[in-house]
Ligand binder design. Structure first.
Ligand SMILES: O=C[C@H](O)[C@H](O)[C@H](O)COP(=O)(O)O
Length: 295
């Protein structure tokens, strides 16, 4: 049993069911790392990610395209490089559809013409970072970061999902099997604690359910200022401390829970991962896996 000084209690509902689980300091740190929000400005410009970003633009962007700009450091590098290609005349007539405040700001700085997303708009390509990508299936988790302003996971997923071609740009530390960490889940505010408890039951022993705070540190109820999305939904971070066998199956389970509106898993859709490794770039797609009907 951990020392009481480092005790952190899981979601209050479980307190009625069994002895409070005291987390060790290591588990506490691991949990908060799962929720760590690293401002992009503090990320070093990893040259591998820069190569991956350039490869993505050079390989997938063509003049005249409408391009969805995802969130994250690597996406910012790709947007910046795309702006350079436009200035050099290598690419022309690109319209950007930003998924978040960060990518909109990067694109405006790069001089790229932006348009707000409308359902009828054809998006030829979208690229984005991902918090983690599941090996082989290329199912991904997005949305772990602290959303700025009126950012929305729903908006982000809608644009990425609407793209004809979808590319994720990551470092190799984010491409893994048996992944763990948090999955953001948007739920209706009505009876939200019952929904949270149902999710807690669903993954009992494998994950803890924490309500996301809008500022400050989380506690299971979201602290003094729990986050509410621009659409009016509460945000839970379902933090997996055991390896996830299949992200798609987790997504499917979450989709079945009454009160769940959306989550940060993108799965079962054709996409490509451009992965920066120590030995160069790995470019992987999941078309064969999807054709084989993998979970
Ligand atoms: O949409 C992408 C993800 O949700 C995260 O926002 C992104 O991965 C975080 O950015 P970075 O890759 O810079 O950590």
């Amino acid at each position: 049993m951990a020392s009481a000084s480092s005790a952190i209690l899981p979601f209050p509902s479980v307190l009625t069911r069994w002895e409070p689980c005291l987390l060790s300091k290591a588990a506490f740190t691991k949990r908060f790392n799962a929720l760590r929000f690293v401002p992009r400005s503090t990320l070093s410009d990893n040259s591998g990610l820069l190569q991956a970003a350039k490869h993505t633009v050079d390989s997938y962007v063509r003049s005249g395209m409408v391009v969805g700009f995802g969130a994250g450091h690597a996406s910012g590098l790709a947007i910046h490089y795309l702006g350079q290609q436009l200035k050099a005349g290598t690419l022309k007539d690109i319209i950007g559809i930003p998924t978040c405040v960060g990518s909109a700001s990067e694109a405006a700085t790069a001089g790229i013409l932006l348009e707000p997303y409308e359902g009828s708009l054809e998006i030829h390509l979208a690229f984005s970072d991902a918090d983690v990508i599941e090996e082989d299936t290329l199912s991904v988790v997005i949305g772990r970061r602290k959303m700025m302003g009126d950012e929305s996971i729903i908006h982000e997923k809608t644009i990425l999902g609407a793209a004809e071609t979808l590319v994720f740009i990551v470092g190799e530390n984010r491409y893994k099997s048996g992944l763990d960490g948090s999955i953001p889940v948007l739920i209706q505010p009505l009876n939200w604690m019952e929904t949270a408890e149902e999710i807690d039951d669903l993954f009992l022993g494998d994950a803890e359910v924490w309500r996301r705070p809008s500022i400050g540190h989380a506690d299971p109820l979201g602290g003094d200022f729990p986050m509410v999305t621009k659409e009016g939904y509460n945000v839970l971070d379902v933090i997996f401390t055991s390896p996830i066998i299949s992200l798609a199956e987790i997504a499917n389970s979450l989709d079945q829970v009454d009160g769940v509106v959306e989550h940060g898993v993108i799965c079962r859709r054709p996409c490509t991962a451009v992965i920066a490794t120590e030995n160069g770039l790995r470019v992987i797609d999941n078309k064969l896996m999807l054709e084989a009907g993998s979970p």
